[in-house]
Ligand binder design. Structure first.
Ligand SMILES: Nc1ncnc2c1ncn2[C@@H]1O[C@H](COP(=O)(O)OP(=O)(O)O)[C@@H](O)[C@H]1O
Ligand SMILES: [Mg+2]
Length: 247
């Protein structure tokens, strides 16, 4: 009788554990108690203080918070450009934060795309050549370049500007080229650090509509930082960062 009881309990315990596991299995990105400290002139600067978050497939997740609250530091850890001092980051079933630098670089190149505030395009290359360069660097077969470049530039609404160079494009158009460039190799996760900060309201809205389109058509998740309240409205989930912690 005792034994029966015990095994029933055990089954219940296992069921609870599996539910928890399922949620971390379905999340594309899971951040567990991440901390990041920097040594500055003999002092320890505690920038991330126990971050807990998830990004699920096809989600648009936003990090909001004042300048200096730690958003870029967190995004750098999510993208493997930096590593946490404590805690762990799971990405696509891998313990991303514990991998070697080389392994992490491989995962980043294949499965992630980055968009920054300043558009990060090669100034002498056309929109087309900028996107093609990204496929070339990702090692995509040459036979696929043309079709994919056209597809990505159409997705961001620049089919009529394919052969323009960055200086012939508006800020909003340049950022759309940067998006085409970041998704060309079909990443699972797009990380964007204040992608609309240098754009006016109209252009920012266009960028957000492009983000919503590519989440649907490209099967990608996006995690971005912003402090623009009108932009936050289109998020599936908003994490508010205050002094290295979520509210
Ligand atoms: N490499 C570093 N060394 C020392 N301090 C840093 C470093 N990176 C960021 N910080 C500090 O961490 C804090 C948060 O910065 P950041 O993540 O850039 O915030 P946000 O992107 O929200 O403006 C700031 O006080 C910044 O000076
Ligand atoms: Mg920042």
């Amino acid at each position: 009788m005792e034994e029966l009881h015990d095994s029933a309990h055990m089954a219940a315990d296992i069921a609870v554990e599996e539910t928890a596991l399922d949620s971390s299995r379905t999340a594309l990105l899971t951040v567990n108690q991440v901390e990041r400290m920097f040594q500055v002139g003999g002092n320890t600067l505690h920038v991330l203080k126990g971050i807990q978050m998830e990004v699920h497939p096809n989600q648009l997740v936003m990090l909001k918070g004042r300048s200096g609250s730690g958003k870029t530091t967190l995004l750098n850890c999510l993208g493997g450009l930096d590593t946490p001092s404590k805690g762990e980051i799971l990405f696509n079933g891998l313990t991303f934060s514990k991998m070697s630098d080389d392994e992490r670089t491989q995962v980043r190149r294949k499965e992630m795309g980055f968009i920054f505030q300043a558009f990060a395009l090669m100034p002498l290359l056309s929109a087309w050549e900028n996107v093609e360069l990204s496929l070339r660097m990702a090692g995509a077969p040459r036979s696929e370049w043309k079709g994919r470049v056209e597809q990505c530039l159409e997705l961001v609404g620049l089919e009529k500007r394919m052969h323009h160079r960055p200086f012939e494009l508006s800020g909003g158009e340049q950022q759309r080229v940067a998006i085409a460039k970041a998704i060309a190799h079909k990443p699972l996760l797009l990380l964007a650090d204040e992608p609309t900060a240098e754009l006016d309201t109209g252009m920012s809205a266009q960028i957000m509509s492009v983000f919503q389109t590519i989440i649907r058509t490209e099967n990608v998740s996006i995690c971005m930082t912003t402090h623009d309240p009108t932009i936050l409205e289109v998020a599936d989930h908003v994490y508010e960062m205050v002094d290295g912690k979520f509210m």
